[in-house]
Design a protein around this ligand. Sequence first.
Ligand code: BJ2
Ligand code: ZN
Length: 669
Amino acid sequence: MLLVVWTCVLVGALAVPQHSPVHVADQARSESESLEEEARTFLAGVDERGSTECTAATMASWEYASDINERNKKIKAEAQLKYADWQKESWQMVKKWNGRWETLSDPFLKRQFKAMSILGTAALDKKELEKYNSLVTDMSTIYSTAKICDYKNPKKCDLELEPDLTRILRTSRDYGELQHVWKMWRHASGRKVRDHYKLFVRLANKAAKLNGFDNMGDMWLYPYESDTFREDMAELWEQLRPLYQQMHAYVRRKLREQYGEEYVSKRGPIPAHLLGNMWSQSWGEVYSLAIPYQGKTHVDVTPQMVQQNYTPRKMFELSDDFFGSLNLTRMPSEFWTESIIEKPKERDIICHASAWDFCNGKDFRVKQCTVVTMRDLITVHHEMGHIEYYLQYKHLPEVFRTGSNPGFHEAVGDVLALSVATPKHLAKVGLLDEVHDDDEEDINFLMNMALDKITFLPFGYLMDNWRWDVFSGKTPEKDWNCAWWNLRYNIQGIKPPVQRSEFDFDPGAKYHIPANVPYIRYFVSYVVQFQFHKALCIKAGQYDPQDPSKPLHKCDIYQSTEAGNALGDMLKLGSSVAWPEAMAALTGGKRMDASVIREYFKPLETWLTNDNQKHGEFVGWETDEVLCTSDGPREAATGEPSSATTLVPAGPLYLLLFLLVGLLLSHRS
Ligand code: BJ2
Ligand code: ZN
């Protein structure tokens, strides 16, 4: 390498008189060329080794997530430490380039150095990192293996989140049963991770500080490359809030008609357990209660899927076919042989659906405990969207094998699902018999979509608003749960079915908190996916702002290779350019823009506003109920299955009680 440099200088010296400007310029050029070359070789080496290390760590994580046992846990912990060793080692090598990489002229090389200058949690010392990792593993394991007892049969204590509790929340209309399941799930999951979370936050913040950030919340925003990110999110939410409030008022009336005014008041927040979902994060499952025109086509095709003997495999094939129809890459054979798409019977696994990139350009998998429902069909597309992104950017160096920003990654599958869910498309694949071009059916369809998309927005927004304040210390430990309910009330307009206290830890009952996955990405996704959809629909000739017969919500991009190629071109960029560039490549604009969702739902918004007015609905919510108290009822966890992992609630009173009972029992025997 060095030899080449010297040869070049020597040849130059012979050909050109000394000190001439041409000579100096040539010398500078060749020096910089050789630096570029050196950098390229260095980065290629780091990339090759990094990919191998990444594969090993990912494999160990997969093994544990798909077969939870002590042996796999140990192997995963060791693999995580080994990967962190490598990250530290490569980061130190990269650091030696400080002062030089900034002078490189190739932006592709420079950006790699920039991306590698953040070490992440590997900055912690070994003992602390081990603890940090084990806290996250333990929290997600508690969450993933939690079980509760049946409402009507308290001796049956093997109900799991997936599929049991999810099904009950989706289908039961029994207020008492829903309340039981809602409450017991939180006893079995969130409550049990509160202490873990305290230590976790301290270590996470320590790692963030070692990386030069104030706290972990700030570090999470690094990939968005924006100084105004939080303000931008707040602004987007403000633009969307009026539409959400119309939905809220409408659904509250429908629930009041179902459950009665003693349970659902006219002006109050909605009880959180009545919305068809354990976290009230999207409300699609109460569509049957909220259908605007009962006599018209219903677009929840779950019954048709069941009737037609759909299987998880068939759902994945349907999704693969859609990607293929766009000229995007189909799932490789390893995907079909290695993915887990049904819940195995004889072992514990992390059922929460996820997509995996094993960093070797070959192995890509999904793990999902798929149930035959329309909701899960949408999730299948969501997960396959991640795989499609992995496939499109697999040629890039490891540092760029990630979304333009995390929200882009979340949006890919959802964009396709926006087409899949249209009545026209459902009819095409035989899931709907007939489709009429009729305003009332249109409103039914838009209501179904809004119950998923619009109602998700405040939840997607508040999850990390809660964590940002926890990490920054603005919300002290003693207020964690009540701060959560403040946000749930203020932003979503919901309330818990039973009063909460600081003995509870309700954020911990949602997967991404114990599993430590940032969440604002989903809020971003729900905004940008409509921008992507619009751009693709124009390319597919399916949307024309001037033509009322082609509104955005009727667009189906199926079989449009123009649309698919444009999407593929953006995905191929990975994070090699800043996200506004990638956004511009597809949509022509560089900003996140909430006006596109408003446009998509315009006919529904008009309809909702009229309907709420017609019924004299109060838009908004108010209450004088106390939803959460700092030293509230330390309700014992009744109806909870006993298990070896059940922790005795902290606090001297409980300890005393525990000892007394133990003493009594030993005395009796
Ligand atoms: C069902 C979905 C996540 C996702 C999983 C678990 C956490 C990260 C991954 C990543 C993908 C990647 C999920 C869907 C919409 C709202 C949210 C929710 N599961 N993850 N490895 N969703 O995003 O797919 O697969 O490459 O970053 O959590 O609350 O259900
Ligand atoms: Zn996702």
